[in-house]
Design a protein around this ligand. Structure first.
Ligand code: FAD
Length: 479
């Protein structure tokens, strides 16, 4: 191994090429290119094969990263894929959109002195190669079971559970109010981070494996939770968080102010070839407009970069803290800067100006004060610091809260936390309703795809145990 691995002493860190910002601004294609095979092997060989691999420890899926890096360095790509896929339902998606700088790569021991191993890009390379070579198989079980499960939500949480349970042989039914599978991976995250074909091919494979999707079905509207509980042996709620946070300010209701997810969904639907009314009418289209995006998370970064690609005349991100305190991935901030986005740090909106439609955002400067109980510096407005940002389109990206699920599902016995997320027993992931489990953002609050996958896989295991115990108890009772 010694001559093949630990090459960080000799080889510099190298990411796959990124398309130039001038070209990226013109289309919605992904911005990172693929590694050439030799480059992937060389970059993998930089791994120091730590005894305690912090990359793995800090991966929510505990991906066996050192092993698949070593296999890639040795050119054993099919085995590398198998190791990567053993712990992750969608390694090609995590390779593209995980904030590796905060997870695996941010904890790589050679990061400080040599630059981390480019784990995310290698993961993407391995899995894309696996797809090209037909190594990725539909989840077909060896035997069929009579029991069935109902999964509400076809996002990464629900899909990860669906795949695991199908592999065990269950009859898996996934219900989603959207018309496509993927949740935020299809309608939230833009193409330039995750091309939709990557999600659509998984959907196709899951159907080939026998997972049954019931689309355009909103639980609470078209079918009740109670009906699903009667129909299935266990139910998983993986509905994500969709209630956009709002703010109170003069002029907030003016035309031209839109919620981030509506804006991104319109763009993603248009990218999928749909005729989206808001794109034609211009309400959801930044072309020719001065755009201000309010917020500093990943959603805000997706909005500013979408607006650039739609042909906005200017794009400004208004964020109340400074760059160092942005919640979004720093890599995405750099990408946005490269693509021409202007950042107004330490600025918060105080009013939206305009008569028939918004024409400007009035903002004031903020000062970062002492940390609060959570350790985060408090923001304070600086008196007399108002300034105006001209705007024809304002996109509000202030974060998301859970919808009122007990009300939507007409199930008052479904307990929620003070934040509105579902309360579960964290050992079993079961809610207070027997046989009803929950996973993903609806339990954690707005989080990451990788955490939703982890939750979905964990929930699948505990749902399986629950069904087995229930079946055993019924068998004893029948004797
Ligand atoms: P979701 O993906 O939200 O899926 C929930 C599904 O449930 C949806 O399909 C919805 O239609 C369905 N549903 C909801 N209610 C009902 C109902 N009553 N009946 C039937 N179906 C219902 N994470 C990353 O790791 N990297 C990123 O780069 C990243 N970028 C993001 C960009 C944006 C704009 C947003 C909004 C989020 C981003 N995230 C990112 C976060 C990530 O997308 C989520 O954490 C993840 O998708 C949560 O998965 P989930 O399965 O819990 O929920």
């Amino acid at each position: 191994m010694a001559d093949r691995m630990l090459q960080f002493v000799r080889l510099d860190q190298h990411q796959p090429d990124k398309r130039p910002a001038t070209a990226r601004r013109e289309d919605f294609a992904e911005i990172y290119q693929e590694f050439a095979p030799q480059a992937a092997a060389a970059q993998s060989s930089r791994c120091s094969q730590c005894g305690v691999p912090f990359c793995q420890v800090h991966c929510p899926l505990n991906n066996n990263i050192p092993d698949w890096l070593k296999l890639t360095a040795e050119g054993r790509l099919e085995e590398a894929y198998e190791v990567a896929a053993a712990t992750n339902t969608f390694p090609e998606i995590c390779g593209r959109i995980c904030p590796q700088d905060r997870l695996c790569e941010g904890n790589c021991v050679i990061e400080k002195d040599f630059g981390s191993v480019t784990i995310g890009s290698v993961e993407k390379y391995i899995t894309d190669t696996a797809w090209e070579n037909g190594w990725v198989k539909a989840p077909k079980p060896r035997r069929e079971l009579a029991q069935s499960v109902g999964i509400i939500g076809a996002g990464p949480g629900g899909l990860a559970a669906a795949e695991r349970l199908r592999m065990r042989g269950y009859q898996v039914h996934v219900y989603d109010r959207y018309d496509r599978v993927g949740g935020l991976m299809i309608y939230g995250i833009p193409n330039f981070k995750l091309e939709k074909e990557v999600v659509l091919r998984r959907w196709k494979q899951f159907e080939e494996g026998g997972i049954q999707f019931h689309l355009n079905v909103a639980v609470g509207r078209d079918i009740t939770l109670e009906e699903l509980r009667v129909k299935h042996d266990a139910v998983l709620i993986a509905t994500g968080v969709y209630k956009a946070r709002d703010m109170a300010a003069p002029g907030i209701g003016l035309p031209g102010i839109v919620p981030a997810l509506d804006y991104l969904t319109a763009s993603n639907r248009a990218g999928l070839g749909e005729n989206v009314p808001g794109m034609a009418s211009g309400t959801m289209n930044a072309a020719g407009k001065r755009v201000v995006v309010i917020g500093g998370g990943d959603t805000a970064m997706d909005c500013v970069r979408t607006a650039v690609r739609q042909g906005a005349t200017s794009v400004t991100c208004l964020y109340r803290r400074d760059k160092a305190n942005m919640p979004g991935s720093m890599r995405e901030v750099y990408n946005a800067e490269e693509e021409g986005v202007t950042f107004e740090w330490l600025g918060a909106p105080e009013a939206f100006l305009g008569d028939a439609a918004v024409t400007a955002v009035r903002a004031h400067r903020m000062h970062l004060g002492l940390p609060d109980a959570t350790g985060r510096q408090q923001v304070q407005a600086i008196p007399g610091s108002s300034f105006d940002l001209p705007a024809d389109l304002v996109i509000m990206a202030l974060g998301f809260d859970p919808e009122d699920l007990p009300k939507a599902f007409n199930e008052p016995a479904l307990p929620v936390t003070k934040w509105g997320t579902l309360k579960v027993d964290h050992r079993t992931m079961m809610t207070a309703l027997p046989g009803v489990f929950a996973a993903g953002d609806i339990v954690r609050g707005a989080s990451l795809v990788v955490w939703a996958i982890r939750d979905g896989r964990d929930a699948a295991e505990t749902m399986h145990s629950y069904i087995e115990q229930k079946s055993a108890a019924l068998a004893v009772a029948a004797e």
